[in-house]
Write a protein that binds this ligand. Sequence first.
Ligand code: KIV
Ligand code: ZN
Length: 516
Amino acid sequence: MSTKEQLIIFDTTLRDGEQSPGASMTRDEKIRIARQLEKLGVNVIEAGFAAASPGDFEAIQTIAKTIKTSTVCSLARANANDVRRAGEAITPAQSGRIHTFIATSPIHMEKKLRMAPDQVVEQAIMAVKLAREYTGDVEFSAEDAVRSDMDFLVRIFSEVIKAGAKTINVPDTVGYSIPALWGERMRQLIEQVPGSDKVIWSTHCHNDLGMAVANSLAAVMNGARQVECTINGLGERAGNASLEEIVMAVRTRKDIFPVETRIDATQIVPTSKLVSSITGYPVQPNKAIVGANAFAHESGIHQDGVLKHRETYEIMRAEDVGWNANKLVLGKLSGRNAFRTRLKDLGIELDDNALNEAFARFKDLADKKSEIFDEDLQALVSDMEPSEVQETYQLDTLEVQSKTGSRPHAKLSLRVKGETVQAEAEGSGPVDAAFKAIENIAQSGTDLLLYSVNAITSGTDSQGEVTVRLEHAGRVINGNGADTDIVVASVKAYLNALNLLASGKLRINPQEGDHV
Ligand code: KIV
Ligand code: ZN
């Protein structure tokens, strides 16, 4: 029997991760990620911010109905409306949590909230008490705790503990701390806050100085028993602490950490790939644990060492974190049942119509590509417009000419609200020409912020996965598309972004909107 304490892994990919520019996800995409997080074994899934929009509320409620073995949580600012929305959204969950927060640093209280410290304490107590009417599992966060006065933190935390909070989260909202100071802050809070032994202490670190993981682990060494983190370190600005790095640090350095997690590490890489494919945020090749090079030994000396004795250069095994888990699944001759079963194993459940469409796309893909991997199936499903997105623009046909010494040219035909419209354009490359042709039709008035192409699997017959990030009137939207032809994938991604824009789903950022 292990003598170690449990480290609670609180995943906020669907909430803080979704606050990354353009990373907003549709309801169906959130449900797929939530299912995968459950399979990964996270203790708490922060499924969103219920008061942000009716779409967010509905997504959290559906996740609350679907997920059985993880706690489902909604964020709520410390005001009555937000707490009620969060409470209603998590009601169907077998285990539901409300996470309420308010800023506690002088700069946030004065400039953002325009509230006196006494009012902030009152508001926090009110929010926690109200949240307790919905669930016994209430978390309180002091936003910008890193720049908050220590005595004020002790005061507000002791008050919310009396009001019924069960988890106290200490965020480094702006990624300002360093490990020694952050660990010390956690230690002092646990020592000084009356009632600290009745709650779980939690840490939530942003990565602005590249220290989110190190700071989180320092907090764990000093008594934190919950870490808030995201897959691939996704999140606002430089992101949050990365789940995979926290989990593997604790597991690999069992000798120094007094805690263990219940994470099934073999699900780490599949989860990373899913989140990357849905959000369009590629993983840098040298990223720890989930980067394509994380276990690749280039230099001759390293290769020689690894061949002679693996542990000479490897502290973890690639297969332990789920590399090579992308089994060859299906081929050209696979039937509908095998296809449906494999999708189900991947946590994807489609109704009959969607399944028919997905199966037709699979057969098309199998004609172009003999080996179909799990990542191909994920991309194939991601590529189908979810039911809540209006398909204003659909690609009908595309013809591109690209020849050395002449300017590339694209001619395409789109179905726009059911009507066929054609356009053509030249560009500096075939993708540029195709985007210009689309714009001749759509006149969207958007700016292209980012264009990226990623090979889903290896080999030149791999599908290219394209992300297009557009900005329109201050709104940023990511479109994704996949195809074995990268010009077609690019056009699909561009149209997907335009369709998301046309669906006009506006949400507020919990940390920017009016608080009270
Ligand atoms: O970074 C932060 O402070 C947050 C809070 C809402 C916990 O995300
Ligand atoms: Zn945050």
